[in-house]
Write a protein that binds this ligand. Structure first.
Ligand code: SAH
Ligand code: AVI
Length: 319
C-alpha cells in the first residue's frame, strides 16, 4: 500500500509545496512560486529599476561580446533556454547566432506560461528564420531530453538564476543538464559576482518597492490560487546580505502575531510576531566558486566574459 503523507485535498499544483514549506521550521517557500503571471511581470519590472544591476550588466556583456560568444559556441546551433522568462536579453544571442546561420530553433523552458507567452509574442514576427517552441516545465522536476532536439545545442541559463539554487542543488542540477545534452554541446551560464554590500543590498531593496511587491506576490498568489487569507500589509519585505554564505536572503516577516487560514489546505498557520518565511537565496559568486561548481558538475570551462567592473560573468562551458 502506498503511504499518503498529506490528505488528498491538495488540488492546485502549488498546494503541496505551500503545505510543506509552511510546515517547515523555519518556514520557507520555494522561489519558483514567485512566478505566476503577476510575478513574471514584477520580475521584468525589477530588471528596469535603477538598483537592480544584474540584468543591465549581463545585457552589457552581450552587447560587447555576443558575436564572439556565438562564434565560440559553434556552428548550426539550436538554442535552449532554461528559466527563459520573457527572454528579452536572449534576443541579442538570437541575432548573433542568426548572423552565422540561415535558420534557428529556439526552445525557451519556463515554469511560467505567462512569461513564455511574452517571450513568444516579442520574438515571433521579428525574425522570419527563427522558430520558437516554448516548453512549460519545472526544470527541477522534469528536464527535457535536450540531446533529442536537432543540431548542436547551446543551453542558456542566464540572469544568475543558478544562484537561486543551494550550492549542492546547483551541482546536481548542472549534472542533470549535462546528462541531458550530448558531448560537444555547450552551456552558457550567467553568474552574478560578489561585490560591495551597499550595491547588493540596494538591488534587493529598491526604492520603488518593486522587489517588495515581487516577494509579497507569493502570498498574494496563495490567496488567489489556494483561497489563502494573507493580509499582505501584516508582512514586511526583508532582504539582506549574508556574507558568510555569500548570498542575499529574502524573507517575509510577520509584523504581528497572527493565524492565517488557507482554505484549500483546510487549515490555519500560526505566525509569531517577527517570525519569517524564507522565500529566496541569491548566491553571489567568485571566479573560484564558479570554477569549483563547474568542475564538480563535470563541465569544462571554455571561455569567460565579464563587464569592466567585474560585476557579472558569462561562462561558456562544454559537455
Ligand atoms: N532568464 C531570465 C529570467 C530570470 S527570472 C533573465 O535572465 O532575466 C527566473 C526565471 O526562471 C523565471 O522566468 C521563472 O519562471 C523561471 N523559473 C524559476 N524556477 C523554475 C523552475 N523550477 N523551472 C522552470 N523555470 C523556473
Ligand atoms: C531570477 N533571480 C536570479 C533573481 C535574483 O536576483 O536572485 C530573482 C530576484 N529576486 C529578487 N530580485 C530578483
Amino acid at each position: 500500500m502506498t503511504a499518503t503523507r498529506f490528505p488528498a485535498i491538495l488540488t492546485s499544483p502549488i498546494a503541496q509545496e505551500v503545505l510543506q514549506g509552511l510546515c517547515s521550521i523555519p518556514k520557507r517557500l520555494p522561489p519558483k512560486l514567485f512566478y505566476d503571471a503577476e510575478g513574471s511581470r514584477l520580475f521584468d519590472q525589477i530588471t528596469e529599476t535603477e538598483e537592480y544591476y544584474p540584468t543591465r550588466t549581463e545585457r552589457g556583456i552581450f552587447e560587447s561580446f555576443v558575436g564572439e560568444m556565438a562564434e565560440q559556441a559553434g556552428n548550426n546551433l539550436t538554442l535552449v533556454e532554461l528559466g527563459a522568462g520573457s527572454a528579452r536579453k536572449t534576443r541579442l544571442v538570437i541575432e548573433a547566432v542568426l548572423r552565422r546561420q540561415l535558420r534557428l530553433d529556439f526552445y525557451p523552458v519556463d515554469v511560467s506560461p505567462a512569461a513564455l507567452r511574452e517571450a513568444v509574442a516579442s520574438l515571433n514576427g521579428d525574425f522570419s528564420n527563427l522558430h520558437v517552441s516554448p516548453i512549460t516545465a519545472d526544470y527541477g522536476h522534469h528536464l527535457p531530453q535536450l540531446k533529442e532536439l536537432p543540431g548542436r545545442k547551446l543551453a542558456l541559463f542566464l540572469g544568475s538564476t543558478i544562484g537561486n539554487f543551494e550550492p549542492e542543488q546547483a551541482v546536481e542540477f548542472l549534472i542533470r543538464v549535462r546528462q541531458s545534452l550530448a558531448p560537444g554541446d555547450g552551456i552558457l551560464i550567467g553568474f552574478d559576482m560578489r561585490k560591495d554590500e551597499t550595491t547588493l543590498h540596494a538591488a534587493y531593496n529598491d526604492r520603488q518597492g518593486v522587489t517588495e511587491a515581487f516577494n509579497k506576490n507569493v502570498l498574494a498568489r496563495i490567496n488567489r490560487e489556494l483561497g489563502g487569507e494573507f493580509d499582505l500589509g501584516s508582512f514586511a519585505h526583508v532582504a539582506f546580505w549574508n556574507g558568510r554564505r555569500s548570498r542575499i536572503e529574502m524573507h517575509l516577516e510577520s509584523r504581528i502575531e497572527q493565524r492565517v487560514w488557507i482554505q484549500d489546505l483546510r487549515r490555519a498557520f500560526y505566525f509569531s510576531r517577527g517570525e519569517r518565511i524564507h522565500t529566496e537565496n541569491s548566491y553571489k559568486f567568485t571566479p573560484e566558486s564558479i570554477a569549483s561548481l563547474l568542475c564538480r558538475s563535470g563541465l569544462r570551462v571554455e571561455k569567460t566574459w565579464m563587464d569592466a567592473k567585474g560585476w557579472f560573468s558569462e561562462v561558456l562551458a562544454r559537455v
